[in-house]
Design a protein around this ligand. Sequence first.
Ligand SMILES: Cc1cc2nc3c(=O)[nH]c(=O)nc-3n(C[C@H](O)[C@H](O)[C@H](O)COP(=O)(O)OP(=O)(O)OC[C@H]3O[C@@H](n4cnc5c(N)ncnc54)[C@H](O)[C@@H]3O)c2cc1C
Length: 499
Amino acid sequence: MSSAPTATTDAVLIGSGIMSASLGALLKRLDPGLSIQVFEAADELAYEASNGWNNAGTGHAGICELSYTPARAVDGTVDVSKAVDIFQEFEQSLQFWAHAVESGMITGPGEFIHSVQHISFVHGAEQVDYLRARHAGMVAHPFFRSLEFTTDPARIAAWAPLLIEGRDPAVPVAATKMDGGTDVNFGVIARKLLAWLAAQPGCAVAAGHKVVGLAKAGTGWDVTMRARATGAERTVRAKFVFVGAGGGTLPLLQQADLPEARGLGCFPIGGQWLVCDDPAIVARHAAKVYGQNLPEAPTMAMPHLDTRILDGKKTLLFGPYAKWTTRFLHRTGSWTDLPGSVRPHNLMTLLNIGATNLPLVRYLVRQGVQSMEDRLRVLRIFWPAARAEDWRLVDAGIRVQAIKRTDGEAGIVHYGTEVLTSADRTLSALLGASPGASTCVHIVTEVVARCFPHLLAGEQGRQRMQALVPTHGVDYRPPENAVRFNALATAARRTLGLA
Ligand SMILES: Cc1cc2nc3c(=O)[nH]c(=O)nc-3n(C[C@H](O)[C@H](O)[C@H](O)COP(=O)(O)OP(=O)(O)OC[C@H]3O[C@@H](n4cnc5c(N)ncnc54)[C@H](O)[C@@H]3O)c2cc1C
């Protein structure tokens, strides 16, 4: 129930993760006259999925993630088109962050982004053939021309010694490596962009304010929020609302009673990391190493061995392992989130999904009861000499997968992020998880294009946007355009202090 609005604003952004932060910054840059308010339920900003420890921090650029490059059944060649798309989308994020640094919006890129080589590593003859075919497909495109391939264990050991230490020499191995990869702390970027936004005229960012009501009012929305500290409620009338609430998005869409959201359900999958703090081990690994999917695991649970720079310190993370949970949010969620999201219109969707995904259900149950030795078994696929005593288990973020009525046969684990927009374009919401944060600028540009089309219209709009993201609106996928793309990318990387 909303009270009478005490203020009006052009835009309310719900949630303080990388998505709202990017949208807020982009919108204010495109139209400095806009008034924008951000509300965050937790007491700190960007401490849910975007927080450094809650995600893998991979700047997903398609270099090492094998799930983006499926083998073609007909001839065994590999389709790299998704990797090319994601590379291009991630570069747009880099360009906007570089613009933010160059224009003085934010400082200290070294606090949120670092160069880390991206490696794919496989074992077994079949996977070696797959990786060779993938490499052939990738290097044909200028984005990935410097990707190196080897089946030589000594060369792999030179790239990442842990991968070879203690390994059975009889089993064939292969790896690819490219140096332009990154480790990113999306939480730090979000906080920096929000600090800039909060200092702009007509804008405000409020932590500790949970949005508890979202109701259509005239041509806009009444957004009611409750202060965590006092329990006091107030309502703001907004012309436009962005629901960037991560796991909190579905409950808010249900509040808004959006016809577009009917039948929609969500299913949370928790994550866990193994963390190694031993400086001697951490110093011996400087890469993000993605491997092949485990046969029984959903794609998002593909584990990787990652160098991370978190809280100013280099560390080593392995995972994620899946964990059964019914919470949609770590910090402000509760075990009732999943049952509380069930409605008559999405009940059948959820039941159908459970029935058609028994292997996944079995996988989650097994993951939930696994021992440290089970976890080590998976880690040893990457580092055969790993010892349990060097690792501790911590929680990662929760991925809340969107389930649509039409998805009954397709399975619940979608690899994708989706923007849902109301028919009158006064509300946009983000669903899904991956490739997520890395492509945040591309995603929120889509929101701007749908809901603020006048800002991007015509030659003026194109120039306005290209001042922030130079590759906006230009398709650099064709190899002949990629040379210019690479030049723009190099400039952005230099500004961000990347090698
Ligand atoms: C295990 C794991 C690994 C991942 N690895 C990667 C990776 O390597 N690379 C990558 O690019 N992406 C990765 N991701 C995905 C990435 O973390 C997300 O796509 C991204 O952080 C989502 O940002 P967001 O702003 O949408 O959500 P969030 O960062 O979750 O922000 C949403 C915010 O909304 C707030 N909120 C919720 N409800 C309300 C409400 N009612 N009122 C006010 N505020 C509310 C929450 O408290 C939260 O702060 C990973 C995710 C997980 C879980």
